[in-house]
Ligand binder design. Structure first.
Ligand code: FAD
Length: 390
């Protein structure tokens, strides 16, 4: 590369978080360059479900962030030229014991007082939403605000729109170093050459720790593997997104909702099901800390299939057509890391979204754009600061 590149803002990572940040920055007229080591949506954003789930968030700053994000989806669906398959379908979380029902009831109460509509449904009342549930299902909680989106289309749609507004996207281009002088970001060294920039956003997902090392800051993000089964296409059978209480248990580390079975506990197994617009049903998922290994395993495939039949016995008649695994960028408390870094002006973090990155992408992009351009945000992001871990 002979030309000298420069950009007002460089975003490292072309996943949903980098793409959303590029989109919102471009809307404000910023000059943006996205640097992606592989391809858009080649990381977690291309190997995940599309839950825009509110009832799985913790009351407080986490739920607030999700509520703000959820509000942005309808206008994104309008604005993006790619069909992101946004479906405000609501979501059901199923309980298989009276203890789980009790927990879900208590959570519904807490979520309601935090402003989220959630209602409890008996096993009989579930029939209105689900064709048939397993005998062990005792009931569940229904959140009308939950929704669904196609995560790959969302990522590509955001990136494409950003590009139309002037963003440059460098694919197959890895960031190898960041030059900081006098406590300020100056240059980004990539496999395609050096880019002059005074503002750099790290949206590198599981690569964020490596990026942090370049500016001598510890960004505590670890890969957490999640495995998924995909079935053949069917006419619409699932009206809502569906999960099991253990899914929330493993996601939020809630002792009362963790799986009791030894293998399920080891795999971090939690039931999820959603029917994509294509008709395929995605069944999930696991939560495993196995380093950067994103292969699928027979043990998890079997466990996911068996578990899914416990909740929705009719899935037994569906052919599984493929499986995949993605690596969630996981912070120690599972919440995103957003904000600036002490002593390095012009460096911003938008990472660590764990299992919530699709849901939280719109608000993350909006807040990061405000932070980069104005130095302040319309929503308090202090609870998501890197320094909460110190
Ligand atoms: C099985 C599974 C199910 C999930 N289900 C849901 C769900 O239903 N709802 C939800 O909200 N979330 C879900 N998630 C979580 C969601 O997928 C992630 O939170 C989100 O995709 C993270 O986006 P990201 O942009 O931060 O990371 P990524 O999509 O991983 O993007 C980071 C990008 O940075 C690039 N990169 C890294 N290092 C460098 C470098 N040095 N130079 C240049 N580029 C670099 C990578 O190549 C990658 O493309 C799920 C995740 C998994 C694995």
């Amino acid at each position: 590369m002979s030309e000298i590149l420069s950009s007002e803002v460089v975003i490292i990572g072309g996943g949903v978080i980098g793409a959303a940040t590029a989109y919102f920055l471009c809307k404000e007229g910023a000059e943006v360059m996205v640097v992606e080591a592989e391809d858009l949506a080649s990381g977690a954003s291309g190997a995940c479900d599309g839950f825009v789930s509110l009832q799985t968030k913790m009351p407080g700053s986490h739920l607030k962030l999700a509520l703000e994000s959820a509000q942005l989806f309808p206008s994104l669906a309008e604005d993006l030229e790619v069909d992101i398959e946004y479906n405000p379908c609501g979501g059901i979380m199923l309980a298989t014991s009276q203890e789980q029902m009790k927990e879900l009831r208590a959570r519904a109460k807490a979520l309601k007082s935090a402003g989220l509509e959630v209602e409890m449904l008996s096993a009989a009342e579930l029939k209105e939403y689900l064709p048939e549930v397993g005998k062990t299902v005792k009931g569940g909680s229904f959140c009308p605000g939950d929704a669904q989106v196609n995560p790959i289309s969302l990522t590509l749609g955001l990136a494409q729109k950003a590009q139309e507004m002037g963003a440059t996207i460098l694919r197959g281009c890895r960031v190898e170093n960041i030059v900081v002088t006098n406590n300020r970001v100056r240059e980004v060294h990539t496999t395609a050459g050096n880019i002059h920039s005074r503002r750099v956003v790290c949206a590198a997902g599981i690569g964020s720790n490596q990026i942090g090392k370049m500016i001598i800051v510890d960004v505590p993000v670890l890969p957490q593997r999640g495995q998924i089964l995909v079935t053949e296409q069917r006419d619409p059978v699932l009206k809502t997104i569906v999960s099991g209480a253990e899914y929330l248990g493993t996601k939020a580390n809630i002792p009362e909702l963790l799986p009791e079975d030894e293998e399920a506990a080891r795999l971090g197994l939690g039931f999820t099901a959603e029917q994509a617009a294509s008709g395929n049903i995605l069944l999930g998922s696991t939560r495993e800390f196995v380093g950067f290994d994103n292969s699928t395993t027979p043990e998890a495939m079997n466990a996911i299939a068996r578990n899914a039949m416990r909740f929705l016995p009719w899935v037994e008649d569906l052919d599984v057509i493929r499986s995949f695994a993605g690596l969630r960028p996981c912070s120690p408390d599972g919440l995103p890391i957003l904000g600036t870094v002490k002593g390095v002006r012009g460096f911003y973090l938008a990472t660590g979204h764990a299992g919530d990155g699709i849901c939280l992408a719109p608000i993350t992009g909006k807040l990061l754009s405000e932070l980069v351009l104005d130095g302040e945000t319309s929503l308090d992001i202090e609870p998501f600061s890197l320094y909460r871990f110190k």
